[in-house]
Design a protein around this ligand. Structure first.
Ligand SMILES: Cc1ncc(COP(=O)(O)O)c(C=O)c1O
Length: 437
């Protein structure tokens, strides 16, 4: 069996005359800058207004890049030397990099079978220096944000939700990004909606918004587009990370399409999962809330690493070219990030790890730091679900996955409990949650 599997880039498949017309409008009016131009600039403002409505947040701030948004958020949350920030072992390099860039210390937290932050390990990682919890809604699905918020509240720690990979997702009916103090969303090409490159920060905390605004722009606020001096709490060193009207124009259109894009991926994923249900030796990632999943990835778990290696190779051979064993998913895995493992300093002074303020934060990042996560990464396979699949492609993918797993099933057991996946209650309940069509 062979399948012709498209590249993912979910939002890119939905670009049509609407994006074209708004972009041309920006160009024809000579107004690429969001605050002024030959004609009236309006698209970034309109995108932010639509975002406030869509997510149900009081404030929305469009930013031109991911690391820029993370830095603006960390700066707004007053993270710096002497602060520990807890993030999950399954992440993206930008999330860790932004913590280092403000001279704070990243602290790794184990993921559970949902491949997102394990609330029990989170509790263990908290110290008197923990100033922020940074959960990530990874690979399209919400983390257990309510359990994480409960831990955070018990300890009086603020929460920044990284929703880069879960735009449009929710947990128990409430949009991701609105549970914590702030949420950030990527609009880069691989994400559920896109304008090529860009981010959105949402919050309902005015001081936090003002500080993030100041940090992303010029260290001040703006009134009717003109720079204005705010109260002292919002004066900072800006980083010039405003979104262009070109991106705002596309982002506004794509936000209107986001529910359809997500519905399409979810529907394909559910049909594929339903067809794979009961395949011997095949388990699925646990879903914290299957209703809030956005669908761009299906994660299957095999009994052990050797079987996962063989099945991944077979899937690639059969046309599923973009599948990865999670442990090989590049800079998404803490121990694959050379600068993190090597604690590469920001400057010859050695910061942040050598700063006196961080002296009590002894951390490591090499493989083995998060053994539970390492074992899950080794036997889990990430299968991207493109946003416009034909039924025939879905059926062919099912056949390819079944074939790849067949023959890998003898012996072995569930990595976390030692039972076979079929007998394992955890794997079984995960399967049930994932299987509801
Ligand atoms: C979880 C997570 N956080 C942050 C980022 C950074 O986003 P960007 O590529 O928009 O800079 C990504 C990008 O893949 C991501 O997956």
């Amino acid at each position: 069996m062979h399948v012709d599997w498209p590249y993912e880039f979910p939002g890119a498949y939905w670009i049509d005359h609407e994006e074209e017309e708004t972009l041309l409008d920006v160009l024809r009016h000579g107004s690429m800058f969001r605050y002024y131009g030959l004609g009236a600039a309006k698209y970034v403002d309109a995108y932010e207004a639509a975002a406030r409505q869509f997510y149900g947040a009081d404030y929305a701030l469009a930013i031109n890049s991911g690391t820029g948004a993370l830095l603006a958020a960390l700066s707004a949350l007053e993270i710096g030397p002497g602060c520990e920030v807890i993030l999950p072992a399954f992440m993206w390099v930008a999330t860790a990099a932004s913590i280092v860039q403000v001279n704070a210390i990243p602290v790794l937290c184990e993921v559970d079978e949902s491949l997102s932050m394990d609330p029990a390990d989170l509790e263990r990682k908290i110290t008197s220096r923990t100033k922020l919890i940074l959960p990530i809604h990874m690979a399209g699905s919400p983390c257990d944000i309510e359990a994480i918020m409960a831990v955070a509240r018990r300890h009086g720690i603020r929460v920044l939700e990284d929703c880069a990979q879960c735009n449009g997702g929710s947990f128990h009916g409430r949009k991701v990004g609105t549970h914590g103090d702030a949420g950030i969303f990527s609009l880069q090409l691989n994400k559920n909606m896109t304008c090529g490159e860009g981010w959105l920060l949402i919050t309902s905390d005015k001081r936090l918004y003002d500080r993030a605004f100041s940090a992303h722009d010029m260290g001040l606020v703006r009134v009717n587009g003109r720079l204005a001096t705010p109260e002292p709490y919002a004066i900072s060193w800006g980083a010039g990370r405003r979104m262009t009207e070109l991106c705002g124009a596309v982002a506004g259109v794509q936000l209107r399409k986001l529910p359809k894009i997500v519905d399409s991926m979810r529907a394909s994923k559910r049909r594929i999962k339903a067809a794979l249900a009961g395949t011997p030796g095949l388990g699925f990632r646990m879903m914290n809330d299957a209703e809030g999943d956005t669908g761009p990835f299906l994660v299957v778990m095999l009994d052990d690493e050797a079987k996962a290696i063989a099945a991944t190779a077979k899937m690639k051979e059969s046309g599923l070219h973009s599948v990865f064993r999670i442990c090989e998913y590049g800079l998404h895995i803490y121990y694959n990030i050379p600068s993190l493992v090597g604690k590469v300093p920001l400057s010859p002074a050695g910061n942040p790890w050598s700063l006196a303020e961080n002296a009590r934060s002894q951390t490591r990042y090499d493989k083995g730091t998060c053994p539970v996560s390492d074992a899950l990464f080794a036997r889990s396979i990430l299968i991207p679900i493109p946003s416009k699949l034909a039924r025939e492609q879905e059926e062919q993918a099912v056949a390819v996955i079944r074939e790849a797993v067949a023959g890998q099933t003898a012996g072995g057991g569930c990595c976390s409990c030692g039972q076979s996946l079929r007998d394992c209650a955890t794997a079984d309940s995960a399967r049930q949650q994932e299987e509801q069509p």
